[in-house]
Write a protein that binds this ligand. Structure first.
Ligand SMILES: [Zn+2]
Length: 160
């Protein structure tokens, strides 16, 4: 199945301000499927990005609402990187990408969409993914379903 949805970006930009911190909301509410929570660690959480740049675009965040890298405790750093490692291993088994982007946007001017709650983006990349689309038209060709993605990716964190 192939979807082309253009309006999400606009909806995202308009809707974000009202929603507050979606990471804290996801942590507080025990509605992991609705909030796309893939895994709850002791100190951190893994979410599927609702506005993905690619299949398997996840966010890894500390459970504490902190903005700065220097605010992170050692155990948060360790657990988050452990979860990234686990995710990359899992993706390589599930649907091997040609590469990964792992990154943090610190501050609004660095492109952070939610600057008050630090989160690490992990984006699997494939040779032919159509990054030019979003540059040209702020649209995204998405050839996967978010629920299907959620169910597939959740397994990475829930198999022994
Ligand atoms: Zn928060």
């Amino acid at each position: 199945m192939r979807y082309l949805y253009a309006p999400w970006r606009r909806k995202y930009i308009l809707g974000r301000k009202k929603r507050g911190c979606f990471i804290c909301k996801a942590i507080k509410e025990r509605n992991d499927e609705e909030n796309l929570v893939l895994y709850r660690g002791k100190h951190s959480i893994v979410l599927l990005n609702r506005y993905p740049y690619n299949f398997g675009h996840i966010l890894v965040a500390p459970k504490r609402h902190v903005a700065n890298l220097e605010d992170l405790a050692e155990e948060e750093v360790l657990e988050m990187f452990h979860l990234i490692k686990r995710f990359i291993e899992g993706m390589k088994r599930l649907d091997p990408p040609d590469g990964f982007n792992v990154g943090i946007n610190l501050g609004k001017y660095a492109g952070a969409s939610l600057e008050e709650h630090l989160h690490i983006h992990v984006v699997p990349r494939w040779k032919n993914d159509a990054a030019f689309m979003e540059i040209l038209a702020d649209t995204r060709v998405v050839n996967f379903d978010i629920r299907e993605s959620y169910n597939k990716l959740r397994k990475i964190f829930h198999e022994d």
